[in-house]
Design a protein. Structure first.
Length: 49
């Protein structure tokens, strides 16, 4: 997955889960950090956490 697509998906998930307060920090994250946040947000959105 390229960085732009990953960043879009993280933005989308963070908008759905705005109560987590992740949205403001996304632009400053590296690709590795984005991947970790993406996986975390996926788990939260599926009710696994």
């Amino acid at each position: 997955m390229n960085t732009d697509l990953l960043r879009e998906r993280v933005y989308s998930l963070s908008a759905r889960l705005s109560w987590l307060g992740v949205g403001a920090d996304i632009a400053a994250l590296s690709i590795a950090e984005l991947w970790g946040v993406y996986l975390f947000l996926l788990r939260v959105s599926h009710g696994e956490t």
